[in-house]
Design a protein around this ligand. Sequence first.
Ligand SMILES: [Fe+2]
Ligand SMILES: [Fe+2]
Length: 257
Amino acid sequence: MTTQPLVHDPAIGLPLQQVGPTTTFDASQWRLYFEENRKMRPAVKLPNEIVLNESVQEPLIRSLQKFQLGETGEGHHLRKYAKHYGDADYTKCVDMFIKEEQSHAQILSQVILTMNGNLLSWHWTDVVFTVFRRVLHLKTELLVLLIAEVIGKCFYKYVVDKVDNKPLEEIFSLMVLDEIMHLKFHTEFLSEQLRPYPWVMKHIVHYVWCMLFYTACFAFVMDHRKALTALNVSSGDFIATCSKTFHVKATRALGMQ
Ligand SMILES: [Fe+2]
Ligand SMILES: [Fe+2]
């Protein structure tokens, strides 16, 4: 398999980014992608202070505080599962994936502080999410993680589209690009792992996964309704956007297209 060419995402209008493998999961190619992405990552440049419209500033800070917590973490469980999987390239990929998420947490910290907000030390949604992820093993952790990736990617994209602030637009575009590739990385791995499952089993997984996804989505729009309102995004639109991305990824991961 050859590495895909560098592309520019015209929808986002930000840096060149290498696209990972497209057909079957190849950990060595994904390792190259993560290494390349780390090297090409532009430095985050923020002004000393970001002041948005009064109706947006506070609700957005409240939401970003929770995302910052969610992106934080050493990923001990995921690293342990990945190591147990027994592919050195995959273990390295997971390590670099966790580091990218930690860099998002770092970026969000800077954004929140620049917006004159403070950082949270914990929030119940983060605790619930962490417990769910750790319930069984690698595949279930990834199924839950993928839901969070979908919601994160969609929310960050709305920030890009709806917040009229150039530095925020650039920073969130960068994170959206990362999240798009995270979704692709996990989907391809899950597709490989779930391929041997019998048809009935795949439909059961799909049903449970959808239930979890919609529960998480509804909980999210309830918890983040002020930020969504401030961004002029209805709960219905947010769920529909997430749902579209989720179903593409879920059916691909389960080979149900
Ligand atoms: Fe992230
Ligand atoms: Fe991510």
